[in-house]
Design a protein around this ligand. Structure first.
Ligand SMILES: Cc1ncc(COP(=O)(O)O)c(C=O)c1O
Length: 305
């Protein structure tokens, strides 16, 4: 209600320039960004077409809106196309660039092609690619040069960047629209100046972290080489998020505790966060992990197979 600050605008312009977009609008968190964006776009006469594994914040945004909702099978572009073909409404497809629980990557080029053929707009949540994929960590959309094909990207800062907040980046009209209709933006206190300062500092630091990103890629390659020789049920991921299925809440907790005792910091993901039988240990790899740590991890895991 007290208007916008010149500093907030400067940081939003910095974010927009970094992400090669017309505009950026900063929210206090990724959750509030998704809630506000999806609910305000979710009007009667629009159908939201969502990957079945999208994050809870996107689902909650859809729940608050008035659109019809359709789910398509995870990363299945044929199913996406057949769902889109059934619809006459305005369509908005919602995907993530890297899925938080499975670690697999969206086939974004194919998704774009199908959406263009079927006149659907696209929203990409880049929470798990921000800071890691693309030039200077700008995200998967920029890595693939698809900026002008995507209506909105949500760049969330709580994962790789290690701070708070998120920006919705996209066209100027979308920023204007949200400032008028996004309820989580309008009816909540804006981020404090120190949060904008963190975000600005983070954008200045990202280009200096190319070496760290290379280190992370090397650690991921090393992990995958070991994973491919291990007999467990691994989900097919090429990213820094790797998941080992260990069915049963009690069993997955037992294995996670063993890993923790060996000094490996992991969390068991239990149902209902994931479906029954798909309980898992999720490994989030970091640039500072060493090959010795990966060896230790697979040595501990050997005892369970
Ligand atoms: C894909 C995805 N989107 C959005 C969020 C929410 O981000 P934040 O923690 O900044 O609210 C998360 C984090 O849990 C996430 O994994």
């Amino acid at each position: 209600m007290s208007g916008n600050s010149a500093y907030a605008e400067r940081v939003e312009n910095q974010a927009a320039a970094f992400h090669n977009a017309e505009a950026a609008l900063i929210y206090p968190s990724g959750y509030t960004a998704n809630l506000g964006l999806i609910s305000c776009l979710s009007t009667r006469g629009t159908t939201l077409v969502m990957d079945e594994l999208v994050h809870a914040s996107l689902i909650d945004g859809a729940r608050l809106g008035q659109s019809e909702k359709v789910r398509f099978r995870h990363n299945d572009v044929n199913d996406l196309e057949s769902q889109l073909k059934k619809l006459n409404d305005q369509k908005v497809v919602i995907v993530e660039s890297v899925y938080s629980m499975d670690g697999d990557i969206c086939p974004l080029r194919e998704v774009v092609e199908i959406c263009q053929k079927n006149k659907a707009m696209i929203i990409v949540d880049e929470a798990h690619s921000m800071g890691i994929f693309g030039h200077h960590g700008s995200g998967l959309v920029q890595e693939l040069g698809l900026e002008d094909k995507i209506m909105a990207r949500i760049m969330t800062y709580g994962k790789a960047p290690g701070i708070h907040g998120a920006a919705v980046v996209g066209p100027e009209w979308l920023k204007d629209y949200q400032t008028n209709f996004s309820r989580s933006l309008i009816f909540s206190t804006a981020p404090a100046p120190h949060q904008f300062a963190d975000i600005s500092g983070m954008y200045s630091c990202l280009p200096k972290a190319d070496k760290k990103r290379d280190q992370l890629k090397e650690i991921v390659r090393c992990f995958i080489r070991k994973r491919n020789k291990h007999e467990g049920e691994w989900l097919p991921s090429n990213s820094h998020i790797q998941s080992l299925i260990i069915p049963g809440n009690a069993e997955v907790v037992r294995v996670a505790n063993k890993l923790m005792e060996a000094g490996i910091n992991v969390l068991p993901i239990r149902r209902p966060s994931v479906p029954k039988g798909k309980e898992r240990i999720r490994f989030c790899l970091h640039a500072y992990n060493t090959k010795e740590e990966i060896d230790l991890l697979f040595n501990v895991l050997k005892n369970f197979k």
